[in-house]
Design a protein around this ligand. Structure first.
Ligand SMILES: [Zn+2]
Length: 441
């Protein structure tokens, strides 16, 4: 691959010192080869960086690719009704064609917005199709099959035997971990404690530890869910998850809205990560996660859009904005400043995915996962401060170029890997068929 030189840009590094530099960025052999002043080889592709900001590729640390086709099919419901009345019947009704286009639709939306890495919660059946779509899209993907073997209201097609769920996941891990030159990583994903037995969660965590894979689940999300967990199991989910093995730097929980101060301290001591999903928490009425408090306690927090039917966008810029504004509105402006919000979506998200040493910041030697955004649209100008511009003013449509491992996946605002027009056309055909099969209408 020839060199790519981005010349004369503002470089927002998200490195340990949060440096913002003016200068060039050189991509060579898939990695960042120089920052500041750089000389490219002959035949280098040159991108004019004037009036543009380069930042690390955004990390969507909690997303459900299989739910993207359900956008707009499950509005205005609280979490457990949302799951039982809409999402589970729809997930159970998926076939290979509907899952493929669901994943492609989400991947198109996210890549065009500058997302370069995802932690995907998967689906019970046909998960090979999701991995295949991720590989074809060019994104960096951490993900795995959704594990479910218990729970009230779970459709029979989604509730597998413990042994079947674990064996199926083992097969997926064998087939996909390390695939596409290391762009694919396996994650063990018990859905949440009310749809999983203790044996399933323990089995998943043991297998994840054996292969050094990521563990991820939902926890401490909604007040109604918390009381259901307490009455069914006699303790909070985070306490039981820890007892059953889901903790440590390779483990993360999505949401954490209901966490107590003592539970935050425990997560910090274990280095268990949390993924904040501000839009989804608001839409499902789950509440507002205390992100600044978690960070002050020492918890690493990433950012996620969650599912399209509880958001309804997969837009990292909206999630950054909501994270920032919710914090200002609840604990005051400046407690979670723009600089820290940007870290949630970049380096800290990369840590949630277990990839903080490879991506998440602009540093020489790291993989060239990065985004070039324009700053001259009326809604973004005059852009006196790059970090402020990114968190409070930039929109997905300002994204011009996106690289994953040095490969251009978006060039001049166009996807190079998937045909976005075709994906939208097929999605519009498949969505009504899916809802008919699910009999939710
Ligand atoms: Zn979720």
């Amino acid at each position: 691959m020839a060199d790519t030189l981005i010349r004369g840009a503002t470089l927002v590094t998200c490195d340990a010192a949060d440096r913002v530099l003016r200068g060039d960025l050189l991509i060579r052999d898939g990695r960042i080869a120089a920052l500041g002043r750089a000389k490219a080889g002959e035949k280098a592709r040159v991108i004019d960086g004037r009036d543009r900001i380069v930042l690390p590729g955004l990390v969507m640390a909690h997303v459900h690719l299989c739910q993207v086709l359900m956008r707009g099919m499950a509005d205005d419901l609280p979490l457990l009704d949302w799951l039982r009345r809409r999402i589970w019947p729809l997930e159970a009704a998926h076939d290979e064609a509907s899952i493929r286009v669901s994943a492609e639709l989400g991947l198109s939306e996210m890549l065009l917005a500058g997302t370069t890495a995802v932690l995907d919660l998967g689906t019970v059946h046909h998960h090979d199709v999701v991995f295949d779509a991720c590989v074809r899209s060019g994104i960096r993907a951490v993900g795995g099959k959704t594990l479910m073997d218990a729970g009230a209201g779970v459709p029979r097609r989604l509730k597998e035997s413990t042994a079947r769920a674990l064996a199926d996941a083992e097969g997926l891990e064998r087939r996909w971990a390390g695939h596409a030159s290391g762009r694919v990583h396996y994650a063990w994903i018990p859905r949440f404690i009310l749809s999983c037995s203790e044996r399933l969660i323990r089995g998943a965590c043991e297998r994840a530890r054996a292969s050094n894979a990521i563990m991820h689940t939902h926890a401490a999300e909604h007040p109604g869910e918390r009381s259901a967990v307490r009455s069914a199991l006699g303790a909070d989910d985070v306490v039981l998850l820890r007892r059953w093995g889901l903790y440590g730097p390779r483990a993360s929980i999505a949401h954490g809205v209901q966490l107590t101060a003592a539970q935050m301290k425990r997560l910090a001591a274990d280095e268990t990560r949390v993924v904040h999903c501000p839009s989804a928490n608001l839409k499902l009425g789950s509440g507002i996660a205390q992100v600044a408090r978690m960070r002050a306690a020492g918890v690493t927090v990433g950012l996620g859009a969650d599912g399209a039917p509880c958001n309804n966008n997969l837009d990292p810029w909206l999630e950054m904005r909501h994270a920032a504004l919710l914090s200002s509105g609840t604990v005051g402006p400046g407690v979670l400043p723009a600089r820290e919000v940007l870290r949630l979506a970049t380096i800290d998200g990369a840590r949630v995915l277990g990839l903080g040493h490879e991506i998440g910041s602009l540093e020489v030697g790291k993989r060239a996962d990065l985004v070039v955004v324009g700053t001259t649209a009326p809604h973004a100008a005059p852009a006196p401060d790059a970090v402020s511009t990114l968190v409070y003013a930039t929109q997905a449509r300002d994204v011009e170029h996106v690289f994953v491992g040095g490969r251009p996946v978006v060039a001049a605002g166009e996807l190079t890997t998937l045909d976005a027009e075709r994906v939208v056309r097929v999605a519009r055909e498949q969505a009504p068929r899916l809802s008919r099969r699910a009999k939710i209408a």
